[in-house]
Design a protein around this ligand. Structure first.
Ligand code: UDP
Length: 378
């Protein structure tokens, strides 16, 4: 570590690493500081004792419609095409999900139901709400109360610790609804995982950046010791300002890995029918992920990661999600206003922008921010 850098970058997640690499390509010197003991932020993955990948902080299914983002990341990894298939388990049944004609056939107990039958059902059941103000209204307006109760209500309450009424409409709208037999969870053109995992991809980005890295380091411990021309901050927005307006709400989760040896894996090679199973019922967890469905790894063993949502408490856990809704909107806006006026600092990423961004959006934003920094010659 030197005593002077062009950029001090707080956080070695997607935003921080992409910016370090881009700035490094111009010959700028960067120091990346990271509180955790690894890079990659919440996209971090590892291999279990049997050599099978798992996502340490819950599933990170890469997908994008952006050619720019895809081309950029493809410099650092090869890809494994992935079909992200999700079921919901409730009332003793695995349901096709997101809601599609297959789900309706199960729900109506009519395997011959057609797309027109389903559309007629939706026309009858959907609640006429012109401009849904929250996630409950958004789902009621698209599928009606029966499917809302079955798939969304319980899951959302568990996931967020609040009812769907308290969340922005955009939260539940992340999931598409198909009237045909399409079972894709996402509609993006490109859906794939880094073939060797996220970690080697992040290592390659870091290596290309030429940046210095300090793990297990709080930026507050170095910010005064290391001279820098500009700070790039990807930590929690409120924390940067010492929570002066009060804390912003975040949601987090605990992820429990189960390594399953040969004896525990049924003959078909998998312990659950698809990659991800969602649980809207009384279980304490929201979903289980069996990553082997999409990594291309062939093994008699398997693993599951079970996700237990939890309230975020500073110092006890890391925040995963901002909570978009009326509870946080005006507070987040006040912090964002402060951030815009903060000289010599760029705020970037899910936590520092306090926005529920996907991975490709984060990479896209980092590439865009790089151009602004370059043009401003900061
Ligand atoms: N959701 C739900 N039931 C499901 C799946 C999702 O109610 O079976 C809602 C829930 O509120 C969730 C949101 O849709 O937080 C977005 O789901 P997504 O799978 O995109 O969540 P993420 O993977 O970002 O945690």
């Amino acid at each position: 570590m030197r005593d002077r850098y062009d950029y001090l970058i707080v956080g070695a997640g997607l935003s921080g690493l992409v910016l370090a690499e881009r700035l490094g390509s111009l010959g700028r010197s960067c120091l990346v500081v990271e509180r955790r003991n690894h890079i990659g932020g919440n996209c971090h993955d590892r291999k279990d004792r049997n050599g099978l990948f798992y996502h340490v902080y819950g599933p990170h299914y890469f997908r994008t419609n952006s050619e720019l983002v895809r081309a950029y990341l493809s410099r650092f990894t090869k890809w494994q095409d992935a079909k992200y298939r999700v079921n919901v388990f409730t009332r003793g049944t695995y349901w096709s999900f997101p809601v599609n004609l297959g789900t309706f056939r199960q729900f109506s107990r009519n395997p011959a139901a057609t797309e027109d039958d389903f559309k007629a059902y939706l026309a009858r059941s959907a609640v006429p709400i012109a401009a849904p103000a929250n996630s409950k209204e958004a789902i009621l307006a698209s599928v009606g109360s029966e499917l809302y109760e079955l798939f969304y209500k319980g899951y959302t309450e568990k996931q967020w610790g609040r009812p769907a009424e308290a969340l922005d409409a955009s939260v539940c709208r992340r999931i598409p609804i198909h009237t045909g037999l399409d079972e894709r969870y996402f509609r993006d053109e490109f859906q794939a995982l880094p073939r060797q995992g996220y970690d080697p991809m992040f290592q390659a980005i870091l290596e290309a950046s030429g940046a210095d890295l300090r793990l297990e380091t709080d930026h507050r411990d170095v910010v005064r010791l290391v001279r820098h021309r500009h700070l790039i901050y990807s930590g929690p927005l409120d924390e940067y300002f010492d929570c002066r307006f009060g804390p912003l709400p975040y949601r987090t989760a605990r992820y429990a890995l189960e390594e399953i040896g040969e004896a525990g894996v049924p003959a078909g090679g998998f312990v659950q029918p698809v990659l991800q199973v969602n649980y809207p019922g009384p279980e304490a967890f929201t979903r289980t992920v069996e990553l082997k469905h999409v990594t291309g790894q062939v093994s008699r063993s398997s693993n599951l990661v079970r996700e237990f949502p939890a309230e975020y408490r500073p110092c006890e856990s890391d925040p995963n999600y901002p909570i978009p809704g009326p509870e946080s909107d005006s507070l987040a806006a006040r912090y964002r206003e402060l951030a815009e006026r903060e000289p010599g600092v760029t705020f970037i990423g899910r936590l520092a922008q306090y926005r529920y961004l996907n991975m490709d959006q984060v990479v896209g934003a980092a590439l865009h921010t790089f151009e602004k920094l370059r043009d401003a010659a900061t």
